[in-house]
Design a protein around this ligand. Structure first.
Ligand code: VGL
Length: 181
């Protein structure tokens, strides 16, 4: 079974949000088209309390129950089977969807006989990268959909470096075309 794992396609990571990927909203229509091609679709949300050590490093973003923490309004959330909340404590960064506190993602995937995980979403250098690395550690065949992710680009080289690390760890980089064709 194949799962699409959508990382953090939330308002605060999109243009006009508190911690935007400059082109974050570009990937929403791509992701919507991909959803029908998978047995399971899971989506993570960064879901922070107002006070957290995470905000020592970052401007406050994706605060629980705020507009900024909602999915981008165009994301087809009706197709999402499971929503994972991460970064929910005040002492964790929660970059990886496998650190979700409301569900055990690895267990959910195993229970549903998923052997291949396809990761897309925001942001390439943080949540996407960390989720891909954890997916590999959990033994899943792991793909990154390169035109369905976007970065924050604090530093120009962070995105290429993230792709390099994911590949070195064993991830396969593909495009949405490889799935939709
Ligand atoms: C993220 C930067 C800061 C992410 C979270 O989920 O990708 N990026 N906090």
């Amino acid at each position: 079974m194949k799962a699409l794992l959508i990382a953090d396609v939330q308002n605060d990571f999109c243009p006009n949000g508190e911690l935007p990927a400059p082109k974050g909203d570009r990937i929403v229509s791509v992701i919507n088209r991909l959803m029908n091609h998978f047995d399971k679709v899971v989506a993570s949300k960064d879901w922070h309390p107002i006070q957290t050590v995470h905000f020592d490093k970052w401007p406050p973003h994706c605060i629980q129950d705020t507009e900024g923490a909602e999915f981008h309004p165009d994301l087809n959330f009706l197709k999402i089977d499971l929503v994972l909340l991460k970064g929910t404590g005040n002492k964790d960064d929660g970059y990886s969807a496998f650190e979700a506190t409301n569900h055990n993602l690895a267990e959910y995937l195993q229970t549903n006989m998923v052997d291949a995980v396809y990761v897309c979403g925001l942001t390439t250098e943080y949540c996407v990268k960390q989720t891909v690395l954890d997916s590999l550690k959990n033994g899943f065949k792991t793909y990154v959909i390169s035109d369905a992710v976007e970065g924050i680009y604090q530093n120009e080289e962070d995105v290429p470096t993230a792709f390099k690390k994911m590949k070195e760890a064993g991830a396969t980089v593909i495009t949405s075309y490889d799935i939709l064709k």
